[in-house]
Design a binder for this molecule. Structure first.
Ligand SMILES: *Cc1c(COP(=O)(O)O)cnc(C)c1O
Length: 340
């Protein structure tokens, strides 16, 4: 039986075609700068994002941390959303490893940060305060696509307050596909952009930090410090190149599948679908709290894996198709019909 895993879009397994390019990748020692496949991936990412350079990192967490630590020094501060991955899901790394203090700000309902509120968070030059240096945004944010005009406004705000601007673009290609724009229309507003190869793009490991030549030079030092200097990592980079070349346009299928799932589940009285959040490949649903563990168990026995959380996030990706999602909808309906 095929397992239908909706816990995250990180669960995808490399396809045969991806494994083939990995097996055949030309490699060298990347710490010496000798791995031709890593170099090719970094050039490709920089070209796509329109930045001068890019550096291959082990994970999105590392790529964000490298970005923050390259922009900021010990005792500096970054402004970040309370729902931002950098603030909430990276074990406090900016503070723990960088001595860089996060100033959190609640995300607006559309996933943005209110720039008027950002301005009030920027500290004046006074020795009581940390030095505010960086503003971090995220796109997509919980599957939501930030509006395009917002990026220019955010960049103007950052310039006005002498801040650098970083994008956690783990799923920025989902946003581009949804808005039908080239990624440069988003990336051009930022001083650094982190992209993940392991989410919807389907690679087994790796992220890239993209930015100016100067920033990436510093980033390579920080990456080494954090233990992210890899050796014959061309094997992983080959998967990344394959992902960037083959798996972006097809994200539209994941978005269509999320719509299908949202529509199907909204037919169940006991389930509430948050329709405003269904913009790319994620569906958020809620139900009575005590139902969740029982439902998750019921689904698991039928080879459907979901997280025991409320609201429950269901992610669509490369390894689930329309037929799988119809099975998911039917299985949800079966659970609730037995209990009404
Ligand atoms: C997944 C993710 C990351 C990075 O996660 P890793 O698991 O460390 O690769 C960063 N930001 C966002 C928004 C993410 O979804």
């Amino acid at each position: 039986m095929k397992i239908i895993d909706l816990r995250s879009d990180t669960v995808t397994k490399p396809s045969l075609a991806m494994r083939k390019v990995m097996a055949e990748a030309e490699v060298g020692d990347d710490v010496f700068g000798d791995d031709p496949t890593v170099n090719r991936l970094e050039r490709l990412a920089a070209e796509m994002l329109g930045t001068e350079d890019a550096v291959f990192a082990t994970s999105g967490t590392q790529s964000n941390l490298i970005g923050v630590m390259s922009h900021c020094r010990r005792g500096d501060e970054l402004i970040v959303g309370t729902n931002g991955h950098i603030y909430k899901y990276e074990a406090g790394g900016t503070a723990v490893l960088g001595s860089i203090w996060p100033q959190p700000l609640d995300n607006e309902p559309d996933g943005t940060l209110d720039l008027a509120k950002v301005a009030t968070m920027v500290k004046v030059d006074d020795y009581h305060y940390a030095r505010t240096r960086l503003l971090c945004l995220e796109n997509t944010q919980y599957g939501r696509v930030l509006p395009l005009p917002y990026f220019g406004e955010a960049a103007a705000c950052a310039r006005k307050h002498n801040l650098k601007l970083h994008l956690d673009g783990a799923r920025v290609f989902n946003a581009c596909v949804k808005q039908k724009v080239d990624v440069k229309e988003i990336s051009s507003h930022f001083d650094s952009i982190s992209i993940c190869l392991t989410k919807g793009l389907g690679a087994p490991a790796g992220s890239l930090l993209c930015g100016s030549r100067e920033l990436v030079k510093e980033a390579r030092r920080v990456r080494k410090m954090l233990g992210g200097g890899m050796r014959q990592s061309g094997i992983l980079a080959a998967a990344g190149i394959y992902a960037l070349e083959n798996n972006i346009a097809r994200l539209a299928e994941d978005h269509a599948n999320a719509d299908l799932l949202a529509e199907g589940l909204s037919e169940i009285d006991e389930v509430t679908v948050d329709h405003a959040m269904v913009q790319t490949n994620m569906v958020f649903i809620s139900m009575k709290e005590s139902t969740v563990p029982k439902l998750v168990d019921f689904l698991k026995k039928r080879d459907i894996w979901c997280l025991d959380e409320l609201p429950m996030r269901l992610a669509t990706h490369l390894d689930v198709n329309e037929e799988d999602l119809n099975k998911v909808i039917e299985t949800f309906k079966e659970y609730f019909s037995q209990r009404s």
